[in-house]
Design a protein around this ligand. Structure first.
Ligand SMILES: [Zn+2]
Length: 251
């Protein structure tokens, strides 16, 4: 059974969240999901959904594109819940130019994760090097870290591997122009990779024109099985073990 290690079901991004929740609850191939918050409001929603649905876990955090008017003290308060398995998604996004402000939020949220002994889920848009620099010079995640939907770069990959940080593959690995991601997937050790849909975003082939759903995770698993030349069952087993090793509160 597969764990979707990163997806978003909340009213900010979907109209009828119940339909998507039921879809996951009824899918026998899906063991569990981590529903990731983008700000305080969606993090609260993620906690509520996880409290009501046994397959759902959650990550709480303030995404770099949603930092405006968000209160980090609130984040600390809501993190004390059995189903909160990580702080995320947090990170840097160079598509916006408020980088100084983003860096402040990133550093404070890594400090909260360290205080609570939780791993972090990192969003990096063209910012791998900058984030690694923050890890080295300011604060390092002490309880595990995953770069979700990893933007492929072999140097950055080597840094993550040497720190036992995880790399998560999403729909992009199924695209025709995914050469670099495929190279990364070949090189990443079998005990350091995860799978995710990042739904409702970045649908994999063959459903790129549709809203992405957790059930599409099979296309990502199939692709990794092909790239790494191991069976689909083996990919499921490895990602299941890896996800639970990183997110220790998942049962
Ligand atoms: Zn995401």
């Amino acid at each position: 059974m597969i764990i979707d290690s990163h997806m978003h079901i909340n009213s900010k991004v979907l109209d009828n969240t119940k339909e998507y929740i039921d879809d996951i609850n009824n899918n026998l191939n899906i063991e569990s999901v981590i529903n990731v918050g983008l700000n305080i409001a969606t993090s609260r929603e993620s906690i509520a959904i996880a409290n009501d649905n046994s397959k759902f876990y959650c990550a709480v955090g303030i995404h770099p594109l949603y930092i405006e008017n968000e209160d980090i003290k609130e984040l600390y308060k809501i993190s004390f819940n059995d189903k909160v398995v990580a702080i995320g998604e947090i990170g840097l996004d160079l598509s916006h130019n408020n980088i100084k402000e983003q860096i402040k939020y990133l550093i404070k949220q890594i400090m909260i994760a360290n205080l609570l002994k939780l791993p972090v889920i990192i969003h990096s848009n063209n910012a791998n090097k900058l984030i690694i620099d923050i890890f080295e010079k300011a604060v390092k995640p002490e309880n595990g870290c995953v770069f979700h939907c990893f933007q492929p770069d072999i140097d950055d990959l080597n840094y993550l591997i040497s720190n036992n940080y995880y790399i998560s593959f999403a729909g992009k690995i199924t695209y025709k122009n995914a050469k670099k991601s495929i190279e990364v997937a070949k090189r990443v050790p079998n005990d350091l990779f995860l799978v995710e849909t990042d739904s409702p975003y970045i649908s994999p082939e063959p459903c790129r024109s549709e809203i992405n759903k957790t059930s599409n995770i099979k296309y990502i698993v199939n692709k990794l099985s092909e790239i790494k030349n191991i069976s689909i069952e083996e990919v499921e087993k490895l990602t299941n073990q890896n996800t639970k090793r990183l997110f220790k509160k998942i049962r």
